[in-house]
Design a protein around this ligand. Structure first.
Ligand code: ASP
Length: 459
Protein backbone atom coordinates (compact mmCIF):
# COMPACT_ATOMS: atom_id res chain seq x y z
CA UNK A 1 0.00 0.00 0.00
CA UNK A 2 1.32 3.40 -0.94
CA UNK A 3 0.54 6.89 0.30
CA UNK A 4 1.09 9.43 -2.47
CA UNK A 5 1.45 13.13 -1.74
CA UNK A 6 1.39 15.71 -4.52
CA UNK A 7 2.75 19.22 -4.04
CA UNK A 8 1.17 22.50 -5.13
CA UNK A 9 2.80 22.73 -8.56
CA UNK A 10 1.54 19.20 -9.37
CA UNK A 11 -2.02 20.38 -8.69
CA UNK A 12 -1.88 23.94 -9.96
CA UNK A 13 -4.05 23.48 -13.07
CA UNK A 14 -6.41 21.06 -14.79
CA UNK A 15 -3.56 19.73 -16.92
CA UNK A 16 -1.49 18.95 -13.87
CA UNK A 17 -4.40 17.24 -12.13
CA UNK A 18 -4.86 15.03 -15.22
CA UNK A 19 -1.27 13.84 -14.80
CA UNK A 20 -1.97 13.09 -11.15
CA UNK A 21 -5.07 11.14 -12.17
CA UNK A 22 -3.03 9.01 -14.61
CA UNK A 23 -0.40 8.35 -11.97
CA UNK A 24 -2.96 7.34 -9.36
CA UNK A 25 -4.86 5.15 -11.81
CA UNK A 26 -1.77 3.34 -13.02
CA UNK A 27 -1.09 1.69 -9.66
CA UNK A 28 -3.86 0.30 -7.48
CA UNK A 29 -1.50 0.22 -4.50
CA UNK A 30 -1.85 4.00 -4.35
CA UNK A 31 -4.73 4.01 -1.88
CA UNK A 32 -4.28 7.41 -0.29
CA UNK A 33 -3.73 10.71 -2.07
CA UNK A 34 -2.62 13.68 0.04
CA UNK A 35 -3.05 16.98 -1.76
CA UNK A 36 -1.61 20.48 -1.45
CA UNK A 37 -3.43 23.67 -2.39
CA UNK A 38 -2.95 24.79 -6.03
CA UNK A 39 0.57 26.18 -6.36
CA UNK A 40 2.21 28.33 -9.03
CA UNK A 41 1.45 27.57 -12.69
CA UNK A 42 4.53 29.56 -13.74
CA UNK A 43 7.19 31.75 -12.11
CA UNK A 44 4.99 34.85 -12.07
CA UNK A 45 1.97 33.09 -10.62
CA UNK A 46 0.81 33.14 -7.00
CA UNK A 47 0.29 30.21 -4.66
CA UNK A 48 -3.29 29.88 -3.44
CA UNK A 49 -1.99 29.58 0.15
CA UNK A 50 -0.28 32.98 -0.16
CA UNK A 51 -3.50 34.50 -1.51
CA UNK A 52 -5.43 32.96 1.37
CA UNK A 53 -3.07 34.51 3.90
CA UNK A 54 -3.68 37.89 2.23
CA UNK A 55 -7.43 37.29 2.38
CA UNK A 56 -7.27 36.31 6.06
CA UNK A 57 -5.30 39.47 6.85
CA UNK A 58 -7.90 41.60 5.04
CA UNK A 59 -10.58 39.93 7.13
CA UNK A 60 -8.65 40.47 10.36
CA UNK A 61 -7.88 44.11 9.49
CA UNK A 62 -11.49 44.60 8.33
CA UNK A 63 -10.39 45.63 4.84
CA UNK A 64 -12.08 44.88 1.54
CA UNK A 65 -11.12 41.37 0.43
CA UNK A 66 -13.13 41.16 -2.80
CA UNK A 67 -10.21 41.35 -5.25
CA UNK A 68 -8.18 38.67 -3.50
CA UNK A 69 -11.21 36.44 -3.02
CA UNK A 70 -11.99 36.72 -6.74
CA UNK A 71 -8.42 35.66 -7.58
CA UNK A 72 -8.78 32.60 -5.33
CA UNK A 73 -12.17 31.62 -6.74
CA UNK A 74 -10.85 32.11 -10.25
CA UNK A 75 -8.08 29.58 -9.56
CA UNK A 76 -10.60 26.90 -8.58
CA UNK A 77 -13.05 27.93 -11.29
CA UNK A 78 -10.44 27.57 -14.03
CA UNK A 79 -9.57 24.06 -12.80
CA UNK A 80 -13.26 23.11 -12.73
CA UNK A 81 -13.68 24.40 -16.30
CA UNK A 82 -10.49 22.79 -17.62
CA UNK A 83 -11.49 19.44 -16.17
CA UNK A 84 -15.16 19.85 -17.09
CA UNK A 85 -16.21 18.83 -13.57
CA UNK A 86 -19.97 18.39 -13.44
CA UNK A 87 -20.45 18.12 -9.67
CA UNK A 88 -21.55 21.31 -7.88
CA UNK A 89 -18.21 21.52 -6.06
CA UNK A 90 -17.59 25.12 -7.18
CA UNK A 91 -20.80 26.27 -5.51
CA UNK A 92 -19.62 24.62 -2.29
CA UNK A 93 -16.28 26.39 -2.51
CA UNK A 94 -17.97 29.80 -2.97
CA UNK A 95 -20.25 29.10 -0.04
CA UNK A 96 -17.29 28.05 2.08
CA UNK A 97 -15.61 31.46 1.64
CA UNK A 98 -18.83 33.38 2.15
CA UNK A 99 -19.32 31.60 5.47
CA UNK A 100 -15.70 32.09 6.50
CA UNK A 101 -15.87 35.81 5.74
CA UNK A 102 -18.86 36.15 8.10
CA UNK A 103 -17.10 34.56 11.05
CA UNK A 104 -16.36 36.84 13.94
CA UNK A 105 -16.16 34.28 16.73
CA UNK A 106 -12.67 32.92 16.01
CA UNK A 107 -9.50 34.36 17.57
CA UNK A 108 -7.22 35.77 14.84
CA UNK A 109 -4.69 32.93 14.83
CA UNK A 110 -7.43 30.32 14.32
CA UNK A 111 -9.16 32.40 11.68
CA UNK A 112 -5.88 32.66 9.78
CA UNK A 113 -5.47 28.88 10.02
CA UNK A 114 -9.04 28.27 8.85
CA UNK A 115 -8.27 30.31 5.71
CA UNK A 116 -4.91 28.64 5.14
CA UNK A 117 -6.36 25.14 5.54
CA UNK A 118 -9.15 25.84 3.06
CA UNK A 119 -6.64 25.84 0.17
CA UNK A 120 -5.94 22.13 0.47
CA UNK A 121 -9.45 21.31 1.71
CA UNK A 122 -11.19 22.72 -1.37
CA UNK A 123 -8.61 21.24 -3.70
CA UNK A 124 -9.19 17.80 -2.17
CA UNK A 125 -12.97 18.08 -2.68
CA UNK A 126 -12.51 19.14 -6.25
CA UNK A 127 -10.05 16.35 -7.05
CA UNK A 128 -12.29 13.70 -5.46
CA UNK A 129 -15.16 14.89 -7.65
CA UNK A 130 -13.01 14.81 -10.80
CA UNK A 131 -11.51 11.37 -10.13
CA UNK A 132 -14.93 9.85 -9.46
CA UNK A 133 -16.37 11.39 -12.63
CA UNK A 134 -13.44 9.89 -14.54
CA UNK A 135 -14.21 6.42 -13.20
CA UNK A 136 -11.74 6.16 -10.33
CA UNK A 137 -13.97 5.85 -7.27
CA UNK A 138 -12.63 8.37 -4.78
CA UNK A 139 -13.73 9.81 -1.49
CA UNK A 140 -12.79 13.13 0.07
CA UNK A 141 -12.03 12.60 3.76
CA UNK A 142 -11.40 15.56 6.05
CA UNK A 143 -8.85 15.57 8.89
CA UNK A 144 -11.72 16.01 11.36
CA UNK A 145 -13.59 12.95 10.06
CA UNK A 146 -10.43 10.88 10.13
CA UNK A 147 -9.35 12.40 13.50
CA UNK A 148 -5.95 13.67 12.49
CA UNK A 149 -5.54 15.10 15.99
CA UNK A 150 -2.92 17.78 16.48
CA UNK A 151 -1.77 20.14 19.23
CA UNK A 152 -3.68 23.41 19.51
CA UNK A 153 -0.80 25.54 18.16
CA UNK A 154 -1.96 27.58 15.16
CA UNK A 155 0.58 27.63 12.33
CA UNK A 156 2.80 25.12 14.05
CA UNK A 157 0.67 22.12 14.99
CA UNK A 158 2.25 18.83 16.05
CA UNK A 159 0.54 15.50 15.58
CA UNK A 160 -0.80 13.92 18.80
CA UNK A 161 0.14 10.26 19.42
CA UNK A 162 -3.51 9.13 19.61
CA UNK A 163 -4.07 10.33 16.03
CA UNK A 164 -2.23 7.28 14.72
CA UNK A 165 -4.79 4.86 16.18
CA UNK A 166 -7.72 6.88 14.85
CA UNK A 167 -6.33 7.19 11.32
CA UNK A 168 -6.13 3.41 10.86
CA UNK A 169 -9.85 3.41 9.97
CA UNK A 170 -8.93 5.01 6.62
CA UNK A 171 -7.92 1.50 5.57
CA UNK A 172 -11.58 0.41 5.68
CA UNK A 173 -12.54 2.86 2.93
CA UNK A 174 -12.89 0.99 -0.37
CA UNK A 175 -12.43 4.07 -2.59
CA UNK A 176 -9.20 6.00 -3.14
CA UNK A 177 -8.99 8.41 -0.21
CA UNK A 178 -8.40 12.05 -1.15
CA UNK A 179 -7.04 13.74 1.94
CA UNK A 180 -6.17 17.44 2.26
CA UNK A 181 -2.65 18.07 3.55
CA UNK A 182 -1.29 20.81 5.80
CA UNK A 183 -3.74 20.73 8.73
CA UNK A 184 -5.36 18.71 11.44
CA UNK A 185 -7.94 19.25 14.13
CA UNK A 186 -7.18 19.95 17.78
CA UNK A 187 -8.93 18.24 20.69
CA UNK A 188 -10.66 21.58 21.27
CA UNK A 189 -12.13 21.19 17.76
CA UNK A 190 -10.08 23.91 16.02
CA UNK A 191 -8.62 23.60 12.55
CA UNK A 192 -4.89 24.04 13.03
CA UNK A 193 -2.19 24.05 10.35
CA UNK A 194 1.30 22.66 10.39
CA UNK A 195 4.16 24.99 9.49
CA UNK A 196 4.39 26.14 5.85
CA UNK A 197 4.96 23.34 3.37
CA UNK A 198 3.27 21.02 5.87
CA UNK A 199 1.38 18.77 3.45
CA UNK A 200 4.55 16.67 3.45
CA UNK A 201 3.95 16.14 7.16
CA UNK A 202 0.37 14.97 6.57
CA UNK A 203 1.64 12.43 4.03
CA UNK A 204 4.24 11.08 6.44
CA UNK A 205 1.71 10.84 9.28
CA UNK A 206 -0.73 8.85 7.13
CA UNK A 207 2.07 6.62 5.85
CA UNK A 208 3.04 5.80 9.43
CA UNK A 209 -0.53 5.34 10.70
CA UNK A 210 -1.43 2.99 7.84
CA UNK A 211 1.94 1.22 7.86
CA UNK A 212 2.37 2.01 4.19
CA UNK A 213 5.03 0.16 2.22
CA UNK A 214 6.07 3.40 0.56
CA UNK A 215 5.48 7.12 0.94
CA UNK A 216 5.66 8.70 -2.51
CA UNK A 217 6.29 12.41 -2.48
CA UNK A 218 5.57 13.88 -5.92
CA UNK A 219 7.05 17.24 -6.76
CA UNK A 220 8.38 19.11 -9.80
CA UNK A 221 12.04 18.11 -9.83
CA UNK A 222 13.57 14.89 -11.15
CA UNK A 223 15.47 14.18 -7.96
CA UNK A 224 17.14 15.67 -4.94
CA UNK A 225 20.49 17.01 -6.09
CA UNK A 226 23.79 16.96 -4.24
CA UNK A 227 23.94 20.76 -4.38
CA UNK A 228 21.49 23.53 -5.17
CA UNK A 229 20.96 23.71 -8.98
CA UNK A 230 20.76 27.50 -8.62
CA UNK A 231 24.39 27.51 -7.48
CA UNK A 232 25.99 24.55 -9.25
CA UNK A 233 25.18 23.93 -12.90
CA UNK A 234 23.67 20.48 -13.49
CA UNK A 235 24.57 18.98 -10.12
CA UNK A 236 24.48 15.21 -9.75
CA UNK A 237 21.17 13.72 -8.66
CA UNK A 238 21.14 11.60 -5.50
CA UNK A 239 19.75 8.08 -5.91
CA UNK A 240 19.52 7.22 -2.24
CA UNK A 241 19.77 9.29 0.91
CA UNK A 242 19.49 8.14 4.49
CA UNK A 243 16.97 9.76 6.82
CA UNK A 244 19.78 11.32 8.82
CA UNK A 245 21.32 12.83 5.71
CA UNK A 246 18.02 14.24 4.53
CA UNK A 247 17.26 15.77 7.92
CA UNK A 248 20.63 17.51 8.07
CA UNK A 249 20.40 18.71 4.48
CA UNK A 250 16.90 20.09 4.79
CA UNK A 251 17.91 21.91 7.96
CA UNK A 252 20.52 23.82 6.04
CA UNK A 253 18.54 24.75 2.99
CA UNK A 254 17.48 21.70 0.97
CA UNK A 255 13.87 22.63 0.46
CA UNK A 256 12.54 19.75 -1.63
CA UNK A 257 11.04 18.13 1.45
CA UNK A 258 9.73 19.77 4.58
CA UNK A 259 12.40 19.40 7.28
CA UNK A 260 10.18 17.81 9.90
CA UNK A 261 8.20 15.73 7.48
CA UNK A 262 10.36 12.68 7.66
CA UNK A 263 10.03 12.12 11.36
CA UNK A 264 6.83 10.03 11.30
CA UNK A 265 8.13 8.02 8.34
CA UNK A 266 11.54 7.69 9.97
CA UNK A 267 10.17 6.45 13.27
CA UNK A 268 8.54 3.50 11.57
CA UNK A 269 11.12 2.91 8.86
CA UNK A 270 8.86 3.69 5.88
CA UNK A 271 10.83 4.40 2.70
CA UNK A 272 10.18 7.74 1.02
CA UNK A 273 10.40 8.17 -2.74
CA UNK A 274 10.73 11.72 -4.12
CA UNK A 275 9.50 11.78 -7.73
CA UNK A 276 8.62 14.18 -10.51
CA UNK A 277 4.95 14.38 -11.53
CA UNK A 278 6.05 15.84 -14.87
CA UNK A 279 8.68 13.21 -15.58
CA UNK A 280 7.50 9.98 -14.10
CA UNK A 281 10.09 7.84 -15.86
CA UNK A 282 13.10 9.24 -14.00
CA UNK A 283 14.43 7.42 -10.94
CA UNK A 284 13.84 10.12 -8.37
CA UNK A 285 15.47 9.86 -4.96
CA UNK A 286 14.81 7.27 -2.28
CA UNK A 287 15.16 8.20 1.36
CA UNK A 288 15.70 5.16 3.53
CA UNK A 289 16.48 4.37 7.14
CA UNK A 290 19.89 2.97 6.27
CA UNK A 291 21.57 3.10 2.92
CA UNK A 292 24.02 1.08 0.93
CA UNK A 293 27.54 2.19 0.23
CA UNK A 294 27.95 5.17 -2.03
CA UNK A 295 30.72 6.10 -4.42
CA UNK A 296 31.01 9.42 -2.71
CA UNK A 297 32.06 10.40 0.81
CA UNK A 298 29.60 13.26 0.77
CA UNK A 299 25.92 12.94 -0.15
CA UNK A 300 25.06 16.60 -0.28
CA UNK A 301 26.21 20.14 0.28
CA UNK A 302 23.64 22.54 1.70
CA UNK A 303 24.01 26.19 2.57
CA UNK A 304 21.88 28.65 4.45
CA UNK A 305 22.49 32.33 5.06
CA UNK A 306 21.15 34.65 7.73
CA UNK A 307 23.05 33.49 10.82
CA UNK A 308 25.08 35.49 13.31
CA UNK A 309 27.58 34.22 15.82
CA UNK A 310 28.36 35.67 19.20
CA UNK A 311 31.86 35.04 20.45
CA UNK A 312 32.46 34.83 24.20
CA UNK A 313 35.93 34.52 25.65
CA UNK A 314 36.93 34.17 29.29
CA UNK A 315 40.22 32.93 30.69
CA UNK A 316 39.78 29.67 32.68
CA UNK A 317 36.20 29.26 31.48
CA UNK A 318 36.78 25.52 31.50
CA UNK A 319 37.08 25.50 35.32
CA UNK A 320 33.79 27.27 35.96
CA UNK A 321 31.03 24.84 36.80
CA UNK A 322 27.73 25.84 35.13
CA UNK A 323 29.26 28.39 32.76
CA UNK A 324 27.57 27.03 29.65
CA UNK A 325 24.23 26.87 31.45
CA UNK A 326 24.53 30.53 32.43
CA UNK A 327 25.36 31.47 28.82
CA UNK A 328 22.34 29.61 27.50
CA UNK A 329 20.10 31.03 30.23
CA UNK A 330 20.88 34.56 29.01
CA UNK A 331 19.89 33.63 25.47
CA UNK A 332 16.73 32.01 26.76
CA UNK A 333 15.87 35.19 28.70
CA UNK A 334 16.10 37.10 25.43
CA UNK A 335 13.76 34.55 23.82
CA UNK A 336 16.46 33.39 21.40
CA UNK A 337 16.68 29.85 20.12
CA UNK A 338 20.32 28.85 19.81
CA UNK A 339 21.32 26.74 16.80
CA UNK A 340 24.91 25.62 17.48
CA UNK A 341 27.41 26.12 20.26
CA UNK A 342 30.95 25.19 19.24
CA UNK A 343 33.16 25.42 22.33
CA UNK A 344 36.88 25.86 22.94
CA UNK A 345 38.85 25.91 26.23
CA UNK A 346 38.41 29.56 27.03
CA UNK A 347 35.86 30.42 24.34
CA UNK A 348 32.36 29.69 23.16
CA UNK A 349 30.67 30.70 19.94
CA UNK A 350 26.91 30.84 19.96
CA UNK A 351 25.30 30.58 16.54
CA UNK A 352 21.74 31.73 15.98
CA UNK A 353 19.44 32.88 13.21
CA UNK A 354 19.89 36.64 12.78
CA UNK A 355 16.20 37.42 12.46
CA UNK A 356 15.69 36.53 16.11
CA UNK A 357 17.63 39.50 17.39
CA UNK A 358 16.38 43.06 16.89
CA UNK A 359 19.19 45.52 16.13
CA UNK A 360 18.07 47.47 19.22
CA UNK A 361 18.60 44.44 21.51
CA UNK A 362 22.15 43.67 20.42
CA UNK A 363 23.89 45.97 22.91
CA UNK A 364 21.69 44.83 25.77
CA UNK A 365 22.48 41.18 25.02
CA UNK A 366 26.21 41.78 24.72
CA UNK A 367 26.30 43.81 27.95
CA UNK A 368 24.37 41.16 29.80
CA UNK A 369 26.73 38.43 28.59
CA UNK A 370 29.79 40.50 29.44
CA UNK A 371 28.72 41.58 32.94
CA UNK A 372 26.86 38.48 34.15
CA UNK A 373 29.53 36.11 32.91
CA UNK A 374 32.43 38.44 33.73
CA UNK A 375 33.71 37.61 30.26
CA UNK A 376 36.95 39.06 28.86
CA UNK A 377 35.58 39.54 25.37
CA UNK A 378 32.12 39.39 23.81
CA UNK A 379 31.42 40.43 20.24
CA UNK A 380 29.13 39.70 17.31
CA UNK A 381 30.23 38.25 14.04
CA UNK A 382 27.45 39.25 11.69
CA UNK A 383 25.76 37.53 8.80
CA UNK A 384 27.32 34.18 8.41
CA UNK A 385 26.37 31.54 5.92
CA UNK A 386 26.36 28.01 7.29
CA UNK A 387 27.57 25.33 4.96
CA UNK A 388 26.63 21.79 5.81
CA UNK A 389 28.48 18.86 4.30
CA UNK A 390 26.49 15.72 4.85
CA UNK A 391 27.31 12.09 4.15
CA UNK A 392 27.15 8.72 5.86
CA UNK A 393 30.35 8.01 3.93
CA UNK A 394 32.16 10.49 6.15
CA UNK A 395 32.11 8.12 9.12
CA UNK A 396 34.84 5.95 7.65
CA UNK A 397 36.58 8.37 5.30
CA UNK A 398 39.96 9.77 6.18
CA UNK A 399 40.90 13.36 5.42
CA UNK A 400 37.46 14.87 4.73
CA UNK A 401 38.15 17.98 6.81
CA UNK A 402 41.46 18.43 5.05
CA UNK A 403 39.70 18.29 1.70
CA UNK A 404 37.20 20.91 2.82
CA UNK A 405 39.80 23.34 4.10
CA UNK A 406 42.00 22.81 1.06
CA UNK A 407 39.13 23.43 -1.38
CA UNK A 408 38.11 26.61 0.44
CA UNK A 409 41.69 27.84 0.89
CA UNK A 410 42.25 27.54 -2.86
CA UNK A 411 39.45 30.09 -3.34
CA UNK A 412 40.73 32.29 -0.50
CA UNK A 413 37.65 31.54 1.61
CA UNK A 414 38.19 31.94 5.33
CA UNK A 415 36.36 29.58 7.70
CA UNK A 416 34.92 31.64 10.56
CA UNK A 417 33.50 28.75 12.63
CA UNK A 418 33.79 25.05 12.26
CA UNK A 419 31.75 22.36 13.96
CA UNK A 420 32.22 18.66 13.44
CA UNK A 421 30.12 18.19 16.52
CA UNK A 422 27.68 15.65 17.74
CA UNK A 423 26.55 14.30 14.39
CA UNK A 424 28.74 11.69 12.77
CA UNK A 425 27.32 12.33 9.35
CA UNK A 426 27.71 16.06 8.99
CA UNK A 427 30.21 18.81 9.24
CA UNK A 428 29.20 22.42 9.51
CA UNK A 429 31.15 25.58 9.03
CA UNK A 430 30.39 29.25 8.85
CA UNK A 431 31.76 31.62 6.23
CA UNK A 432 31.08 35.19 5.24
CA UNK A 433 27.66 35.37 3.58
CA UNK A 434 28.90 36.90 0.36
CA UNK A 435 31.08 33.84 -0.28
CA UNK A 436 28.22 31.30 -0.18
CA UNK A 437 28.11 30.50 -3.89
CA UNK A 438 31.89 30.37 -4.29
CA UNK A 439 32.17 28.02 -1.33
CA UNK A 440 29.46 25.62 -2.50
CA UNK A 441 31.01 25.49 -5.99
CA UNK A 442 34.50 24.86 -4.58
CA UNK A 443 33.21 22.00 -2.44
CA UNK A 444 31.20 20.52 -5.31
CA UNK A 445 34.33 20.47 -7.46
CA UNK A 446 36.32 18.87 -4.67
CA UNK A 447 33.87 16.14 -3.76
CA UNK A 448 32.05 15.44 -7.00
CA UNK A 449 34.28 16.53 -9.85
CA UNK A 450 37.83 16.04 -8.69
CA UNK A 451 39.28 12.84 -10.10
CA UNK A 452 42.50 12.89 -8.06
CA UNK A 453 42.65 10.56 -5.11
CA UNK A 454 43.51 12.78 -2.21
CA UNK A 455 45.53 10.24 -0.24
CA UNK A 456 47.71 9.43 -3.25
CA UNK A 457 48.27 13.09 -3.87
CA UNK A 458 49.46 13.66 -0.31
CA UNK A 459 52.16 10.99 -0.73
N1 ASP B 1 -0.07 24.91 0.83
C1 ASP B 1 0.78 24.94 2.00
C2 ASP B 1 1.92 25.92 1.81
O1 ASP B 1 2.04 26.53 0.78
C3 ASP B 1 1.25 23.59 2.40
C4 ASP B 1 1.93 22.77 1.34
O2 ASP B 1 1.81 23.05 0.14
O3 ASP B 1 2.60 21.79 1.70
O4 ASP B 1 2.70 26.09 2.72
Amino acid sequence: MKVAKFGGSSLASGDQIKKVFDIMKSDTDRRILVVSAPGKRNNDDEKVTDLLIELANSHIEKKDGTVILEKILERYQSIVEELKIKSPVMAQIRQHYQDLWQRDDLPEAYLLDAYKASGEDNNAKLIAAYFTEQGLESLYVSPSQAKLLVSDEPGNAQVLPQAYDELVSLLDIPQVVIFPGFFGVSEEGNIVTFSRGGSDITGAILAKALEADLYENFTDVDAIYVAHPGIVKNPLPVDVLSYREMRELSYAGFSVLHGEALYPAFSSGIPVHVRNTNNIDTNGTYILRGKGSSLYTISGIASSSGFISIYIQKFLMNHEVGFLRRVLQIFEDFGISVEHVPTGIDDITVLMRADQLEESDVDALLNKLKTDLKADQVYVNKYLCLIMLVGEGMINAVGTTARVTRALARKQINIEVFNQGASEVSMMFGIEESLEKAAVKALYEEFFEEKVDYQLMEK
